[in-house]
Design a binder for this molecule. Structure first.
Ligand SMILES: C[S@@+](CC[C@H](N)C(=O)[O-])C[C@H]1O[C@@H](n2cnc3c(N)ncnc32)[C@H](O)[C@@H]1O
Length: 256
């Protein structure tokens, strides 16, 4: 199951909110920037607006996302690559990663390696969803535990629990950075079409690892059960909308 740029951008406005908040905490005027896990180029586009004179490149492991990013920003260099081993041998002033490191394991190795790629005064700026204990994700795991497909899905949920807590990131990054800023924000998104929008939101992200191993019929049944489950946790208001609470963890580490 490939990444779908069109499904992901259904909620682009809401997904862009943390990008603005992360950008607001980046110090200085970086001249060379990489956007790791650039997706369809939405984060890259905002980086370009904020730093119009900088050289910006985007890296993503999904050819579909890279293609969409290139269509959006034809003047920018985008490459297919894996964050886990990406290294073009050049130093950067800003390494930016919004909503992508939750898909990459080994943060204890990845982050120190990326910090070493920064120029003096450069920053590593990252946002990762912190929603594994939200009803949206607890319910995914509950539906996945059904014996009908539990065997196929047994490895998925825990493998995805790669994220660490705020203090862990702070202590790790303080070993290399002069300044580390860590914070957590919960966004509240009213979703017009209620619980079915909750399903649509996560179909392009958190649900992917659960749907990927299933055949077409199983996928449809999984989504039917997930919709029923989220309907009770995200009940529609009078106007039909549901409120999605979405906590996210941020850190910006800046070198001497
Ligand atoms: C949720 S999207 C984030 C897109 C964009 N940065 C944003 O701010 O909305 C996550 C992106 O990370 C990419 N990704 C996941 N694992 C990756 C990896 N190991 N290396 C590179 N990109 C990866 C996916 O292809 C996807 O486009």
């Amino acid at each position: 199951m490939t990444w779908s740029p069109s499904q992901y951008t259904l909620f682009e406005q809401q997904r862009n909110r943390p990008i603005f908040d992360l950008l607001a905490r980046v110090p200085g005027e970086p001249r060379r920037i990489v956007d790791l896990g650039c997706g369809p180029g939405n984060s890259t586009e905002l980086l370009r607006h904020r730093f119009p004179d900088a050289e910006v490149i985007g890296i993503d492991s999904s050819p579909e996302m890279v293609e969409a990013a290139w269509r959006r920003l034809p003047g920018v260099r985008f490459e297919v690559g894996d964050i886990a081993n990406w290294d073009d041998g050049r130093p950067y002033d800003l390494i930016f990663a919004n909503a992508s490191f939750q898909w990459v394991s080994g943060h204890e190795v990845l982050l120190p390696r990326l910090m070493k790629k920064l120029n003096p005064g450069g920053s590593l700026a990252v946002q990762v969803p912190d929603n594994l204990e939200e009803p949206s994700h607890v319910l995914m795991r509950e539906v996945a535990a059904d014996p009908r497909w539990a065997g196929k899905l047994s490895k998925q949920p825990r493998d995805l629990a790669l994220r660490r807590e705020a203090g862990w990131y702070l202590r790790l990054l303080q070993q290399q950075a002069e300044q580390v800023d860590v914070w957590r924000t919960t966004y509240y998104h009213p979703l017009k079409r209620g619980p079915s929008d909750v399903v649509e939101w996560f179909k392009s992200t958190g649900l992917r690892p659960f749907l990927q191993p299933l055949d077409e019929n199983e996928q449809a049944e999984f989504l039917r059960r997930y919709l029923a489950a989220v309907t009770s946790s995200y009940p529609p208001a009078e106007d039909g909308s549901s409120l999605l609470a979405f906590p996210r963890l941020f850190f910006v580490a800046t070198c001497r």
